[in-house]
Design a protein around this ligand. Structure first.
Ligand code: ZN
Length: 413
């Protein structure tokens, strides 16, 4: 399974974060968990086909979590989709979608199978297929909100073909019997036991999607022994009170759930816009649980990197959170942070900034360097990107995009 965060913002989008949505790829099928505004566009950029969506799971009806749903449903209609689509979420979802489709005079070419989740459930399997199922449990938010667990069913154990052959098994039918767990009696009366040939069933992979919520035992149940737990960490430890007040989690809450659930990997997302550096949040989360990662939009997370790498390749450059030199503009802006609040970055030509860096004790050398950076801001980045894209044209690395403004050079939309 491959998990691709499409939007890691909370409440409102920022220049570099989109509204909540996470895509899960499994054996060619795609499942969406929440569908914030721009989710369908982020899928395009992530290199995930919208036509491959099997089911969309909506956690709750805060607008940021479902504002992209209607646009996506309409796109699938325009694509002349034929296979059914499952849409799963709290009660009222069907009415919302159907009303809007009627309002826009859209008659889908495909069937939409709604599954509504009642607000008094303890847990419910909301989607069931041959090889996997999805379980929902209520979380603890200021309105009814559910978390999901995507669970692959156990895979059959591996057949030891060499051993089988040595024991006298030769026909396909006999292999089938053994695989099904039945013993086989050979012509000479020897019994070949299934347990001697077929290994233990292998547990399927699992993924839990937990947002928006305070700490709750249900989150732990959903995440129990998962390969990947995507958990919100809207706030840092400094704002635990605010987290509780708004029905959200802090980094410590996310780490606590991960620890109690013994998940293999914690991925934190749903960041409050006040945190411009997600690494501060990651550091806190890692104090409580390791391994923990930041949900980086469009960057795939694999349950089986050996076999899954390369299946999903982003079509745009991903914002590099780890590279300090990843983007000169970003760094430049960060340097100015010492001079004051975030707002000051926006007054690009304002003399107030220059005055500020002098008054805050920066040397004249430093401020002239800054001035140089400011003057060449757009053009230097532009030419650098052109050069990069030429270099890239021969390789398989993702196509880079040029910025429209200094604020959206990580992603255009
Ligand atoms: Zn939210």
């Amino acid at each position: 399974m491959i998990v691709v965060p499409l939007g890691v913002a909370s409440a409102t989008p920022t220049a570099v974060r989109h509204l909540p949505s996470v895509a899960l790829w499994r054996e060619g099928s795609v499942f969406l968990f929440d569908c914030g505004e721009n989710a369908q566009m982020r899928m395009l950029q992530a290199g995930i086909k919208r036509s491959k969506i099997e089911a969309i799971f909506i956690s709750h009806f805060d607008v940021d979590h479902f504002s992209g749903l209607l646009g996506l449903v309409a796109t699938l209609q325009l694509q002349r989709r034929e296979k059914p689509l499952a849409i799963i979420g709290p009660e009222g979802l069907k009415e919302f979608v159907e009303y809007n489709l009627k309002f826009a005079d859209i008659q889908p070419t495909y069937e939409i199978n709604f599954h509504e989740i009642a607000d008094d459930i303890e847990s419910e399997v909301v989607h069931d297929a041959d090889e996997y199922y999805v379980e929902a449990r209520p979380l603890k938010h200021n309105k009814f909100c559910v978390g999901f667990r995507f669970q692959e069913k156990d895979k059959p154990g591996k057949v030891d073909a060499d051993k089988a052959q040595k024991m006298g098994i030769s026909e396909d039918a006999q292999y089938k019997e053994l695989k099904a767990g039945n013993d086989v009696t050979l012509e000479d009366g020897t019994v070949v036991r299934s347990t001697d040939i077929v290994g233990h069933p292998r547990p399927g992979d699992s993924f839990a999607y937990v947002t928006d919520t305070e700490y709750t035992p249900n989150a732990v149940k959903l995440a129990m022994n998962t390969n990947i737990l995507y958990h919100e960490a809207t706030f840092g430890k400094d704002l635990e009170d605010k987290a509780r007040e708004t029905g959200h989690s802090s980094t410590a809450d996310a780490a606590r759930v991960a620890t109690e659930a013994q998940t293999k990997l914690l991925v934190i997302g749903h960041f409050s816009a006040r945190y411009t550096n997600e690494h501060d949040l990651l550091k806190e989360a890692r104090e409580g649980f390791y391994p923990a990662w930041i949900a980086n939009e469009l960057r795939p997370i694999f349950t089986d990197p050996m076999h899954e790498r390369g299946i999903i390749t982003p079509k745009v450059e991903i914002k590099e959170l780890n590279k300090k030199s990843g983007n000169k503009n970003y760094k430049g802006r960060k340097n100015h942070k010492s001079g004051g609040s975030k707002k000051k970055f926006r007054s690009r030509k304002g003399s107030s900034n220059r005055g500020k860096s002098n008054s805050s004790g920066g040397s004249s050398k430093r401020s002239s360097k800054d001035k140089y950076k400011r003057k060449t801001y757009g053009s230097s980045t532009y030419s650098a990107n052109i050069k990069d894209s030429k270099e890239d044209s021969d390789s398989s690395s993702p196509r880079k995009i040029t910025p429209r403004s200094s604020y959206d050079d990580f992603d255009r939309f």
